[in-house]
Each structure stands twice: as structure tokens, then as C-alpha cells.
Design a protein around this ligand. Sequence first.
Ligand code: PGA
Length: 248
Amino acid sequence: MKNLIAGNWKMNGDRAMIESFTHDLKSELAKTPDLTGERDLLLCVPHLYVSELASQLSSLSVTYGGQDCSAHEKGAYTGEVSASMLRDIGCSYVIVGHSERRAYHGESNTHIAEKAEAAHTQNLTTIICVGETEQQREMAQEEHVVGEQLMQAIPTTATAENTIIAYEPVWAIGTGKTATPEDVSKMHDFIREKLQEHVAQAEKIRILYGGSVKPENASDLLAIDNVNGALIGGASLKAEQFIAIARS
Ligand code: PGA
């Protein structure tokens, strides 16, 4: 399975940054031209910068994604962005159910499943995020929590082709703490088993790890069985770091 290296810029960046990032990304990729044959590269930047980034990187094999989408097709939903709009500006992926959406926007598993379904309807591949909080892990509830998130947030439209899971322990996001390789391995095996109960050909679904992935720890994380790529926040803001992770 080809690993997916996905950057999630969150609410960061501006036009000047797009320009310096694309300049640096081009020079990094020129050093390892085979990289995009070995890894799929995805950038999920703020929606309004996708077109600009895509036009600057048009000669390169990089794909684009949204960081969220509406569960609705269109209409009176001020501030929302639909899956078809993401398609229209050149996205082929969308992240749904990121822990920041769950925490700051009160998104439930059911709502996330509706968003994923709306995205599948527009032929977008969804990256459905799951992960436990620190407190839940301390209480040894991580498998229970993640199992429930998987069962409830994955819609019936999910297939091995249109669905990717990102395991992101909430306590590891943006904190510099990463789960140990043993913890990651155990959870990714558990996720694979759960997927097998739920989606046909689940062995083909990519399961990404996310949470303080850096060039320094990427090789160890990506070497784990059932880790099929990474979802990268902070380190994806610098092209050198993003590509260094992809080279791992
Ligand atoms: P981080 O974020 O790499 O900055 O920890 C990961 C994410 O939230 O996707």
C-alpha cells in the first residue's frame, strides 16, 4: 500500500506563505524526483488558498484537500463550504471529524458521518479522524472510544477506495508528545480489526497516524505495521519538514 503523507495547515498561512512554501517545496521535490512515485502527497490548506496553491504547484504530483465540509449539499448555511465546492476548486480529499472540530464546534460522530456521506456523494475521499483524550487513555478507555467513533462516524457510503482513517490521540496533537510505537501499533491493529467488521476490503483502507509527527520521529512511526501514512499539522507548514517526513 502506498503511504499517504498529508499536511493539515489548520488556520495558518497567507498568500505570502503560499509563495515561499511552493518555492521551497519545488526545490525539495527536485532533490528527490522519485518521491511522488513512492508516496502520495496531500495538502489540506485553508479552503480559500487551495486554488492558488494548486495553480502554483500544477506541474507536481501533489493532491489537495479541504479541512472540513458541510453535511448539506447547498443552501442557506452561512459560512459553510460544501463538498461540491471543494471538488470544484480541485480538492480530491477532505478531512472530517478532526478533534479540533469535535472539541470547538461540538461535532458528534453522527454529524461527522453525515459530512463524510456528503463528501462521498461528490467523489471526495474522506479522512475520518478518531482519537482519545488524555483522560480517556488514563482510564484505559482508548479502544472503547475509538471503536465507537469508528462505528458511528463511518457512513454506509464508505468503501476501501473513498475512506481513510486518521488515528490522532488528542493529547499528542500540537503538544510535542507522541504515542509510543507500541501504543500506535496496538491501536492501528485494533482499528484494522474494527474496519474489517464494518467495511468491505478493509485491508485496503489506509490508516494514518497523526499527532506531533516530525522528521525526527517519522521513520519509527511509518515503519509500524498498519501505519499507512501520516497526518501532519505543525510540521507541514515548512516544506523542508513536510518533505523530510515523506522521505522517511
Ligand atoms: P500536529 O497536528 O502535527 O501539529 O500535532 C496534527 C493534526 O492535528 O492533524
